[in-house]
Design a protein around this ligand. Sequence first.
Ligand code: TRP
Length: 454
Amino acid sequence: MTNSHTQHRGLWSGRLAFILAAAGSAVGLGNIWKFPYITGENGGGAFVLVYLLCIAIIGIPIMMSEVLLGRRGRLSPIKTMALLARAEKAPVAWGWIGIMGVVAGILILSYYSVIAGWALGYVARAAGGEFTGADAQTIQSMFGGFVGDAEKLLGWHTLFMVMTMVVVARGVSKGLEKAVMTLMPGLILLLFILLGYAIMKADFAAGFSFLFSPDFSKLNGSVILSAMGHAFFTLSLGMGAIMIYGSYLPDDVSIPKAVVTIAFLDTAVALIAGLVIFPIVFANGLEPAAGPGLVFQTLPLAFGQMSGGAIIGTIFFVMLVFAAWTSGISIIEPAVAWAQERFGFTRPVAALVLGTGTWLVGVGTVLSFNLWADVTLFGKTFFDVLDYLTANIMLPLGGLLMALFVGWVMQRQSSLDELQMSDGIAYRLWYFLLRFVTPVAVIIVFLNAIGIIG
Ligand code: TRP
């Protein structure tokens, strides 16, 4: 559906640009900060196994659908869904998927920015040599002092929001494409250096077995829901981010190969991060279930002990910031594209309005680590509630609806055309997963988690 309108919105320069942008969206705090800490909280191997299964049978099929929907509609997710629904003579209410996505995006970025702010704060700490020679306790209390300081967190949160909105205001492809191209390989290289440290200096065997020896007694409904929710979160699925990136995808790029590449990269980064962090946890008698502070209490130990650690640590946190940055812009992009369409805002105005609103919600997360630490709902802080609501409920629900739309509402021929696949075994496998396996799996996991079945 390329037309003059498409030209106006802009397109990725090609296959590589799309893969980098989507991988930039997928690889972020979810891989390096969230994956290790929720793996720790959920008991390790069995959780990891369910997560990998969810990537393969739910994540990849839905990612292909989300990209194909985006490219077919070439509008914001709200209008894309409404447009495609009309084309299939289905209710335009399918556009509500997009509305939920816009809301989810604001909520996710509000806390994502706070955590990215931690990474910014840790750039300064690493550069100042504060980890050098420090023991586990010193590093832990450093982290405690840091998140206990609401003003400091607010400052870093503000900085990250401004950084994100500046890029969003300038448009998608300029600058960012290039930044991702150099920073991503750098991040992966540094992770390998840290992996070398974990193998030689930490308790690699214990870390490895924690990640990969499943103890199925650790599984229950809510653990499985977290694994599935994280599969959506880490691949940026279910809220329109990948859909809007698909809407900038040139017509001649093949979707399936690009999607498999992105999912592979994303998973590899998460697993390597786990293989770095858990050996350090076990070598230093730390607690795998330390929660959101886990990465910030383990990696600095490694930096403090290795030679050149101040430099490596600084570069590492800079790269973590960049990984978060390329994700952050994708989280808010559906809302920005929609505000432009809906209110005729220019990009900068849309970015400013949405950025300010998101920043404000983020203040709640800042406070949830200090002044409001005891303000809880069902035992969850403000941050925990947002995280649970978005990752475990809104994203899987959005993904479920997209799967139902592509699998059951859209003509089979439409998806066949858009994916540019022959009607062979690969397409049929995808279509089967999407129509039957994915929706049933998501629904069972939901019902199981709220205790209705299982
Ligand atoms: N996938 C990113 C990460 O793992 C976060 C992210 C970017 C995201 N865009 C998203 C999460 C859209 C949910 C929805 O860090």
